[in-house]
Design a protein around this ligand. Structure first.
Ligand code: GLU
Length: 649
């Protein structure tokens, strides 16, 4: 996902903008650019590559001016070249635009604009915006921007600068996150609070349809109906240090190693041991509603979808309600017959994953009540859902989602427990499960201690070209997730399969060059998984087994070339623990292969800026890898007391 920063005030804009871009670089990094209003025109610098190179360029030939906009791009339309980098300008180079998102009707708009005489310089969808604004009617820049976006179909977080409106930045939002930073005699725009935290902790989150105007003395926000809005100012409680590396070589490793704390953070204050249930204040599912649920549909992408598959086992077993898990990108385009009594659960790390958001909206349109499980407080899914659960896992900066996954499963465990207790799960069983949940952080800590063993295995397998990951039952999604992590960051081909499916084709691939990773904790399907291991061994395959400590693993010991023993937990919760060594394995193999683990090629994002079907780090907010830490008071379902009206708020 790419990033936007903007500034109006009395200081020189360029250093502030370039520094802000540096904070957003992890979200989109194929190119970067900046435009500054220099008193008589709009001056642009941009290039393909990293923000560091832009900084060098801006230092070499400074941009002078106190208002400006800047962008890091993750290309969707047009190659990631200097020419296609943002900002984009109109024919007369009086207007500059930076944009996160996709203009879906860009081709039609471009054709019409070219017929009207406009000359395009780039292949991007974004450039249509600059030309639309150029032609749009209006006395002020904001009027022209409003008129221009009326013609646009798609998603945008937008910041616009004009040579004819000095000291002003106009901002618009539709489907891509944008916030305003409120300073003293200066204002900021950003797609992510990290970009403004060096200057202010006060932010205003914009809603879809909002348009904001920033000048050094004031800002104002209007909604889609052009009504002036007084939006809450939220205080960002987290620190810039939270998004720094903290001594780790990569964010991904840092985030893997944080999981003891992040799972704890997801559970904190939510387990009611005496009552054998969970307290989920923002969930907004009163007992009578829980009793009436006859079906659950989980919608998600990538890693979050894998968490959803685990969630299905948790909820079906604890709450005895049928669950289907859908790819959000498929669900949103399906025909959803009205199904009274269906609860939809949208899972997204960033809370901005476009397909998940749209799937959630489709579910609501079909009459479902919708809850979100998201990490980012105040994100769009959090604000539009009827209720939900925040992960509180902190910013996830590595593109490959790790800590969000384990926290999502913990959150789904809480949800399953809560629903279960509302629907007939016994007090005793509820108490036992609550205790199992509470033990998870310590068990994750033990699983992390396997790292030296994982490093040794990674040495052996870093030269492999393919890998197969197999698991059964609740650990089949872990096999999928292990394979996804490996392919996403190491570019090794890896497949996850239900272990028993291997014999229906993939078995032909197995030989000494194909490492086979089994996720095989001792549970009710363990003997079956051992049989699958026999089949691999018979074909000379090399086996890495993630299994459980303790007695009863002799058969596995004889078959596996490498064993990684995680501590035992309730079988339903074992994915939280079995996932950890697989994350470490993917990480160490990628490092040995010299891959840029925090910035894998073709990294997906988490918002409307990119096609979400490919989102591995989910949401990477990801699309992906979104790094918004919690912002108390930032809106959404945190602490919500009552059921909000249906429909968009
Ligand atoms: N669609 C725009 C482009 O390809 C913006 C991409 C982005 O969100 O970075 O330039």
């Amino acid at each position: 996902m790419c990033g936007i920063v903007g500034y109006v005030g009395r200081r020189q804009a360029a250093p502030i903008l370039v520094d802000g871009l540096g904070r957003l670089e992890y979200r989109g990094y194929d190119s970067a650019g900046i435009a500054v209003q220099n008193g008589h025109g709009v001056e642009v610098r941009k290039l393909a590559g990293r923000v560091g190179a832009l900084k060098v360029e801006v230092t070499r030939t400074p941009l002078i001016g106190t208002s400006g906009i800047a962008h890091t791009r993750w290309a969707t339309h047009g190659a990631p070249t200097t020419r296609n980098a943002h900002p984009h300008v109109d024919c007369r180079e009086r207007i500059a635009v930076v944009h996160n998102g996709i203009i879906e009707n860009a081709d039609a708009l471009r054709a019409a604009l070219e017929r009207a005489g406009h000359r395009f310089r780039t292949d991007t969808d974004t450039e249509t915006l600059a030309h639309l604004i150029e032609d749009a009617p209006g006395a002020t820049l904001e009027e022209r921007v409003a008129a221009a976006i009326a013609a646009v179909v798609g998603t945008y977080g937008l910041a616009v600068l004009s040579a004819d409106d000095p000291g002003k930045v106009v901002v618009a939002r539709q489907g891509s996150p944008v916030l305003l930073g409120i300073g003293d005699g200066e204002f900021f725009v950003a797609s992510d609070a990290a970009a403004v935290l060096a200057h202010t902790r006060s932010v205003v989150y914009l809603d879809d349809g909002d348009l904001a105007v920033l000048t050094p003395d004031r800002y104002h926000v209007t909604d889609a109906d052009a009504h002036v809005q007084l939006r809450d100012v939220s205080d960002i409680a987290w620190d810039l240090e939270a998004i720094e590396l903290g001594g780790y070589p990569h964010f991904m490793l840092k985030e893997i190693c944080e999981q003891r704390e992040t799972v704890q953070s997801t559970l904190r204050g939510r387990l009611l041991f005496a009552d054998g249930t969970a307290r989920l204040n923002g969930l907004n599912l009163p007992p009578e509603t829980c009793a009436g649920i006859n079906r659950i549909v989980i919608v998600a992408c990538g890693t979050s979808w894998h968490a959803g598959l685990v969630g299905r086992h948790l909820i079906e077993e604890l709450a005895r309600v049928p669950v289907v898990v859908e790819y959000a990108s498929e669900y949103r385009y399906g025909r959803q017959p009205p199904r009274p009594g269906t609860l939809a659960i949208a899972i997204s790390q960033s809370g901005e994953t476009a397909d998940t958001l749209e799937a959630m909206r489709a579910a609501r349109a079909a009459g479902c009540r919708v809850v979100g499980i998201v990490n980012v407080v105040g994100s769009t899914i959090a604000r539009e859902a009827d209720g939900g659960i925040y992960l509180h896992a902190g910013p996830e900066i590595g593109v490959a989602s790790t800590k969000a996954f384990t926290s999502q499963i913990a959150a789904l465990g809480l949800l399953g427990l809560y629903l279960g207790r509302q629907r007939g799960l016994s007090l005793e069983a509820g108490r036992a499960f609550a205790c199992r949940l509470a033990q998870l952080p310590a068990l994750v800590g033990q699983a992390l201690a396997l790292e030296p063993e994982v490093v040794a295995i990674a040495e052996t397998f870093a030269t492999a070209r393919n890998a197969l990951y197999l698991g059964r039952g609740v650990n089949f999604p872990v096999a999928l997730e292990g394979a996804l992590k490996l392919k996403e960051i190491s570019y090794l081909h890896a497949e996850g399969y239900p272990a028993a499916e291997m014999k229906h084709g993939p078995i032909a691939l197995i030989d000494a060059d194909m490492p086979v990773v089994f996720v095989a904790p001792r549970d009710e399907v363990y003997p079956k998984v051992l049989s699958n291991m026999q089949e691999v061994k018979a074909r000379g395959g090399r086996i890495i087994a993630v299994t459980t400590d303790g007695a009863g693993t002799e058969g596995l010991n004889a078959l596996a070339d490498h064993r990684l023993c995680v501590p035992a937990t309730a079988p339903l919760l074992s994915p939280v623990v079995t996932t950890v060594p697989l994350q470490l394995l993917a990480y160490h193999i990628a490092v040995r292969r010299g891959c840029d683990v925090d910035r894998p090629r073709s990294a997906p994002g988490g918002s409307g800026s990119v096609p979400q079907s490919a989102v591995g780090g989910e949401d990477r907010g990801r699309a992906g890898g979104s790094g918004h830490p919690p912002a108390p008071g930032g809106g959404g379902f945190q602490g919500r007391r009552s059921h909000p009206p249906a429909g968009r708020r």
